[in-house]
Design a protein around this ligand. Structure first.
Ligand SMILES: [Zn+2]
Length: 240
């Protein structure tokens, strides 16, 4: 799982508990950074984290967790919460991607580019599962996955080192942005929309792309859930 916006992630786990089973320490780290970010001091951060564990971790035992919690908070003090990041794609980059001869390669190259720029042009690791899910290619088999990656590597567009870190070789640091990614939910849609592949329209509330499956849909998922909540509250107020 790639976390594109740690503020949003923290707010979600505060409501519903951890989203992963084996990365709870990392999620605790994000939570601690979030508490510092909203201005709490170290003592308060510790209290809030313990409260969170008591609420969501079954059989929570402070004796067992205090070392992890303390260490995580110590790391979090000096780390910045990653939030509100944006990625800009230039014409040069889009031209390179569009010159690839099949859509699968294009999607994969686009996602690799966005991840590389999201990581500030640093080499990064990504699981194949995440990579192909983000590319909306999750259903293809592992042999084809490797072939696709190999194709891009042999074209000189991407590369990987012996430690499994990947990078993109056609990124453009100076060009003017043609495509802006402000929200990373289904960001592949930005590319598909750009090349006129598939039917999309914009959410009338926030401008995010939505795939047209139902013509009545006016909102993206997150705006729709907010609207539904508002409706529900209004309805209940009327009943009282
Ligand atoms: Zn929206």
């Amino acid at each position: 799982m790639i976390i594109f916006d740690e503020k949003r992630h923290a707010e979600e786990i505060l409501k519903k508990g951890f989203k992963t089973k084996n990365k709870t320490v990392f999620e605790t780290f994000i939570l601690a950074k979030y508490f510092f970010y909203i201005g709490l001091d170290e003592t308060k951060v510790k209290q809030r984290i313990i409260k969170f564990y008591e609420k969501f971790q079954e059989d929570f035992n402070l004796d067992e967790y205090y070392k992890v919690i303390n260490r995580t908070i110590n790391y979090a003090i000096n780390s910045k919460l990653k939030t509100d990041k944006k990625v800009h794609i230039t014409q040069y980059e889009l031209d390179i991607i569009q010159s690839l001869n099949n859509l699968r390669e294009q999607k994969l190259a686009f996602v690799m580019l966005v991840l590389y720029k999201f990581n500030n042009f640093n080499k990064f690791t990504v699981s194949l599962e995440d990579l192909f899910k983000l590319s909306e290619l999750a259903t293809i088999n592992s042999k084809t996955r490797l072939q696709l990656l190999h194709k891009l590597t042999s074209n000189g567009l991407i590369d990987i080192n012996t430690r499994g870190k990947r990078w993109v070789k056609f990124s453009d640091k100076r060009g003017i942005s043609v495509l802006n990614i402000n929200d990373f939910d289904n960001f592949i849609w930005e590319y598909l929309h750009y090349i006129d592949e598939g039917k999309f329209k914009k959410c009338i509330e926030c401008g995010k792309l939505i795939r047209i499956t139902n013509y009545k849909n006016k909102y993206c998922d997150s705006c729709r859930s907010i609207k539904n909540k508002e409706k529900y509250i209004k309805y209940n107020m009327k009943r009282k």
